[in-house]
Design a protein around this ligand. Structure first.
Ligand code: ZN
Length: 130
């Protein structure tokens, strides 16, 4: 929030105008009809700091990664490609066979740790980057 140099009202978007060679920082209504040099959006700066806060909270929680929408198919296709039966895969990564079957049919969302193990065992990516 910044005060308009003409009317003194607070404004979120500062309009920098040219009045006979002098720069004035004014509100939208005072800038109306004047020669506008550029605008400064005070909200944009504020907003991005809020976004950053939200992002760092997400990272701390550690459970906000996005699984690819067809993770079951990705796991299934990788198993087919490597010719690994689900029972063998379960033994490889020390998980229950029926649990893996549920994950593969997307009835169960795999926990973070299992996603990591599956990715390493099958050499696939189950998480969206970013
Ligand atoms: Zn004004």
């Amino acid at each position: 929030m910044e005060e308009c140099e003409l009317c003194g009202r607070g404004t979120e978007i500062v309009h920098v105008i040219d009045i006979e060679g002098a720069e004035m920082r004014v509100c939208a209504s005072c800038a109306n009809g004047k020669r506008l040099l550029y605008k400064e959006d005070k909200r944009a700066a504020h907003k991005s700091s809020v976004d950053l806060q939200v992002k760092s909270q997400r990272v701390e929680k550690g459970d906000m990664f996005e699984l690819v929408p067809d993770y079951g198919t990705v796991i299934h296709n990788a198993r087919e490609r490597l010719k690994i039966p689900i029972k063998v895969l379960a033994e490889m990564i020390n998980e229950k066979e029926h649990f893996l079957a549920r994950v593969e049919s997307q009835k169960t969302v795999p926990p973070d740790a299992l996603v990591g193990k599956l990715e390493r065992a099958l050499n696939v990516k189950l998480r969206e980057s970013g």
